[in-house]
Every structure is written in C-alpha cells, then in structure tokens.
Design a binder for this molecule. Structure first.
Ligand code: ADP
Length: 407
C-alpha cells in the first residue's frame, strides 16, 4: 500500500511517501519520495526540496503567499516536475497526518471524517499553530489527491494511558471540566522508540520499563511500562517539562504573575517569551541550536555554558521523575536531533545514575552506528540510541488502522 505522510511543523512541512507492506513492519524501508518546505522567517518565500527513490532531487525557492499555495506545489511534485514518484494521484492509497493535539477523545489513530475534523478544530485552541495547518493539509489532499482514506495519528494518543494522578493538575477541580489536564506530546515517536527498544533487547514487553528521551528542538521524556505510557514531562501544552531550544519548559507559575503585574505583559507577550525567547536561545543568547551553544561554551562563553548546564540539570531531574513513576528501569533511550547526535548530553544525562549500576560505554557513546546499545556489557540498565522515525511510524499506524477496519 502506498501511504503518503504529512507532518506539519510551525515553520516547516514535511511529506513522505512509503510503500507499506502487510502487517506494517517496525523497520523503516527507504521512502519512495520525500519533500520538505521551510518558510523563511522574514518574507513570504519558502524553500522546497524534493527527492524521489531514484535519487533525483531538486531544490527551489518558491513564492508562497499562503501556506496552502506552497503545500499544493509540493503535492503536485508527487506526479509532476523533475522528481515524481507516481504517474497519477490515484496511485496513493492512503494519507496519514501527524496531528499534534487530539485532546481526551483520541486514544488511537482515527479515520478522518467531518466529526474527527471538528474535534481536531476544537483542540486548535490549545495548539493553534499546529492543528490549523493540519486541518488545511487534510482539505488540500481532498482537493488535489481526491477521495483517499485519510488517517489522523495523534501525538497525544500514546499518553492516554497515564494514570489519573499523572494527568490531573492540582488546580481547582473546575479545570478538569474545561479539559485542563496533562496530555503529553511526541507520543508517536515515544511509542515507536519503546517498541523498537523491546525489539532490540529481545525482551517480552509485558514488564519492560523504558524511559524514552525525545530531545530535538522540542524535548520530552516518557516513562513506558509494558508498552504503555505511564508518565511524561509535557502536559496541557508542549511547554511543560524540560528546557528546550527556545521554550523554557516548566518554570514557577508565580514568575508569570509577577511579570504580568510588574511589566503589564499580555498573554501574547508571555507566549512569545516562554515559547520563542527562552530555553537554550534565551539563556545563552547564542542560538537555539545545541551544536552552536556547545561550540560557544567550549570557547569560554559563560552564558552558553550556563545554558548547557541548566539543560542537563533539567534533563537529569526529568529522568529521575520518570524513574519514580516506573519504579525501576531496563533501558534509557535517546532519540531525535540532540538525543541521537550529542554524546555530551547522553554522557551527562547518564552520569548521576551510575549509583544504580548504569554504565555507559564511552567508545560506543562517542560514535553509535545507527540504532545501537551504548551501555557496557555489565551495565544494569541498557542505554539505546534510536533514530526518530516519526513519518514511518505514522505510515505504519495508517496501514494498521486500515487493515483492522477492513478486517
Ligand atoms: P525537531 O524537533 O525540529 O524535529 P531535531 O530532532 O532535528 O528537531 O533536533 C534539532 C536539535 O538537534 C538542534 O538543537 C540541533 O542542535 C540538535 N543536533 C543536531 N545534530 C547535533 C549534534 N551533532 N550535536 C548536538 N546537537 C545536535
């Protein structure tokens, strides 16, 4: 089955086409086609990159007055232009969409119809940047690809198994009636990594206790027991928890009250400060990109060093939190841009857990080849590096849902 995956970010749009075999195997095959749009921060132009399975690729700057115009251009590249992957849109048999917020309703992927779209629109109040562009993506597929089954795969769904004490905020009880509770995010990749860890360790999932560390521009941890998420660091929005590229993560809410009183900050001001001007960028003043922060720290930039130290402190504290929710640990998994590539972060995150018998192999940590176990043979806890495969995970979920609804 040819499955197209649309993955919308706030300033990017990724798209992949996969051939998904029956049973939707866990290991990703190479994509048949990949495309990515990145919007320029300053004007209405965007860069579009497209590559097909024969290795034909091109990169063009496009005028994109609206997001929809750019996405249309990208979709047409599937069957037109220099690097097509199909002869006609009708060859695409299903489309999977990454939906950031599925609220309390969705515990699993859903076949998209008007009711599902309305529910996704309701959650746009909490995740406006994402959910609205995802709905637009569904409409564009209807328009340009036609009547193909479309599936919503939710970043929140994996965490719907969290026990009540882990989801309820200790605010007034009325918050619960308003849907103000902890949802958690990055669930598509946390789930994929937990399944992959189980496969790599060759263990039965029923008792396996794993902490998955998704460390990219956004960062979150999940505590996974027997294949189910039992705790996570992000909450009502993707702002809670760890320090991130430009997001603060958790801060004392009293700070917000203080700032609003002292400087008259509006909700939009606080949104900008906490989501875009904090984290690695805010503290270091150098960049939101950890590579640049680390390079500056090595040259003696004290704010860059502070940003890295706080990042690690928060990460270790988060792992400790997940450990308490699991009551033990078989494997610690590192994934996404920072988790896969930064040996400094992995070593720093593992260090305080040496007292539990966790022993990282410094040679393997320095250069893990693909998905790898980087703990010493006698370590009491395995440490795994697993490449994030969000788009493949969406394509699999899509086929699984369509297979089960057909069966
Ligand atoms: P997103 O969450 O947008 O998908 P990624 O998963 O690509 O982001 O992660 C981006 C982060 O990964 C950036 O902070 C970047 O600095 C970091 N990163 C990528 N490669 C390295 C590296 N070799 N060392 C340290 N950090 C890296």
């Amino acid at each position: 089955m040819k499955v197209l995956v649309l993955n919308s970010g706030s300033s990017s749009q990724k798209c992949r086409l996969y051939q998904v075999a029956p049973g939707a195997p866990l290991d990703p095959p190479p994509a048949l086609w990949r495309a990515e749009i990145e919007w320029a921060a300053t004007d209405s132009s965007a860069s579009l990159r497209i590559e097909n399975a024969s290795g034909v690729r091109y990169n063009e700057r496009i005028e994109a007055k609206t997001r929809a115009a750019a996405v249309e251009r990208m979709l047409r590249g599937l069957w037109e232009g220099a690097a097509p992957a199909v002869r006609a849109p009708s060859e695409i048999q299903a489309v999977g969409h990454r939906i950031v917020h599925g609220g309390a309703e969705f515990r699993a992927p859903a076949l998209i119809d008007e009711r599902v779209l309305q529910a996704i629109a309701r959650h746009a109040e909490i995740a406006p940047l994402h959910n609205r562009s995802e709905i637009e993506g569904v409409r564009l597929v209807e328009k340009f690809i036609g009547a193909v089954p479309q599936v919503a795969v939710f970043d929140t769904a994996f965490h719907r198994t969290l026990p009540r004490p882990a989801t309820v905020y200790p605010g007034p009880y009325a918050w619960l009636d308003e849907g103000i509770e902890r949802y958690g995010f990055h669930g598509i990749n946390h789930r994929y990594c937990a399944e992959r860890a189980e496969r790599m360790l060759g263990k039965n999932s029923a008792d396996l206790r794993v902490v998955t560390c998704h460390l990219g521009n956004g960062c979150s941890l999940a505590a996974v027991h027997g294949g189910h998420s039992v705790d996570t660091t992000m909450g009502f929005t993707p702002l809670e928890g760890l320090m991130m590229g430009t997001r603060s993560g958790s801060v004392d809410p009293g700070i917000l009250i203080h700032l609003a009183r002292k400087h008259g900050y509006t909700p939009d001001d606080l949104d900008r400060i906490l989501n875009r001007e904090s984290g690695l960028l805010g503290l270091s003043g150098v960049s939101s990109d950890l590579r640049e922060v680390l390079a500056a720290a090595r040259q003696g930039h004290s704010r860059a060093q502070l940003a890295f130290d706080v990042f690690l402190h928060r990460l270790r504290a988060g792992i400790g939190w997940m450990l308490a929710s699991l009551g033990g640990l078989d494997a610690l998994v590192f994934t996404a841009g920072i988790g896969e590539n930064s040996s400094d972060v992995r070593a720093g995150a593992c260090e305080p857990f040496a007292f539990l018998g966790l022993r990282l192999d410094p040679v393997k940590n320095a250069d893990p080849a693909g998905d790898a176990d980087i703990a010493m043979a006698d370590s009491s806890i395995r440490v795994l590096v697993i490449r994030a495969q969000e788009d493949w995970a969406i394509a699999r979920e899509c086929r699984r849902l369509l297979e089960s609804s057909a069966g």
